[in-house]
Design a protein around this ligand. Structure first.
Ligand code: H2B
Length: 92
């Protein structure tokens, strides 16, 4: 199982991900698109990297906005897996 990151490690990782913020034991990012179809297309782009990583974001779609939340359930908080997938998502 991946190890939980320290508060300091979390802050260092977040400093490299300006669109993401800490929300309790998760990191979140909200992206805005031109409409619902574009938002769903973005969500579809997440499928392949999430499956490849064996790590899956929680997703909320609200018309043209997608909120992505990541945490490592079996570790009970944030691990390097969350930040690795967040970095991949940020390139999409
Ligand atoms: N996704 C996320 N975000 N956190 C997890 O802890 C997690 C996951 N665990 N996807 C994975 C699936 C685990 O249940 C399987 C067995 O790999």
């Amino acid at each position: 199982m991946a190890a939980l990151l320290s508060d300091r490690d979390i802050q260092v990782q977040l400093s490299q991900l300006p669109d993401w913020s800490l929300d309790g034991k998760t990191i979140t990012c909200t992206r805005t698109f031109k409409d619902f179809v574009a938002a769903v297309e973005f969500v579809n782009q997440l499928v392949e990297p999430a499956e490849a990583a064996g790590h899956h974001p929680d997703l909320q779609i609200s018309y043209n906005r997608v909120t992505i939340s990541l945490s490592t359930h079996d570790a009970g908080g944030l691990t390097e897996k969350d930040f690795a997938l967040a970095k991949t998502i940020s390139t999409l």
